[in-house]
Design a protein around this ligand. Structure first.
Ligand code: MD3
Ligand code: FE
Length: 216
């Protein structure tokens, strides 16, 4: 049960207009989410994909839902099938979907219907370079991100690569909702520091819930 008076209760922080951190929002569900990640990875394993420029990403990824995000020499895109198996991506576990909807609603986005959940896995040293998420057709939908395991320093920029960067520490159970005017801002993850998380071990996971296709 969500107890607003316990030491562990979630709290809300605004980063910029359109970006809200729900601190510890997913913490009570972490074990369920980890089981879901393992079930997805049993069907569609984590893999380090190649960027269009020919670099292998340090972050390992998989997806669930109707669409999965992929990159290869041909470019970045969403695809309904896992290129490793040519099978559809595993279905999105219902508890993933519900959590993302609840978080979006708390940030003011009612009726969020993600069709994709990208799962990022970071080992110590892994990072994500500054980028924009602009492969989604439904720009009215937010992106919801859930962090599990080792903490990471997230860098949040502006609409140009050269805009000033604001660091935000994302910790186990933190959920961030990015929408509206923050939806296309540049962002990245600094190299994850070595450590051991009691539940997750020496890893950081990030789930990002997206609406890749247009709402009907
Ligand atoms: C801000 N993932 O998968 S989550 C990504 O922690 C990605 O793995 C990071 O960036 C991670 O694309 C950051 C936070 C996030 C996700 C999407 C955003 C921040 C965003 C879209 C627009 C603005
Ligand atoms: Fe991103």
């Amino acid at each position: 049960m969500l107890d607003l008076f316990s030491d562990e209760a979630p709290w809300v922080e605004a980063i910029v207009p359109g970006a809200v951190v729900l601190r510890r929002f997913a913490r009570d569900q972490a074990a369920t989410l980890l089981a879901g990640i393992e079930a997805v990875a049993a069907q569609s394993p984590f893999r380090q994909m190649m960027t269009p420029g020919g670099f292998t990403m340090s972050v390992a990824m998989t997806s669930c839902g109707q669409q999965g995000w992929i990159t290869d020499r041909q470019g970045y895109r969403y695809q309904a099938r896992d290129p490793l198996s040519q099978h559809p991506w595993p279905p999105m576990p219902p508890e993933f979907y519900l959590l993302s909807q609840q978080a979006a609603a708390m940030a003011g986005f009612a009726q969020f219907m993600p069709d994709s959940c990208l799962i990022n896995r970071y080992v110590p040293g892994a990072k994500m370079a500054l980028h924009q998420d602009k492969d989604e057709q439904e720009q009215a939908a937010p992106i919801v991100s859930v962090s599990l395991g080792l903490p990471a320093r997230f860098l949040f920029g502006g609409l140009t690569r050269s805009a000033p960067l604001h660091p935000v520490l994302l910790e186990h159970g933190d959920v961030v909702v990015w929408g509206g005017e923050a939806r296309l801002n540049y962002h990245g993850i600094q190299p994850v520091k070595a450590g051991n998380h009691p539940l997750v071990g020496a890893l950081r996971y990030n789930l990002t819930f997206r609406r890749s296709g247009k709402y009907e």
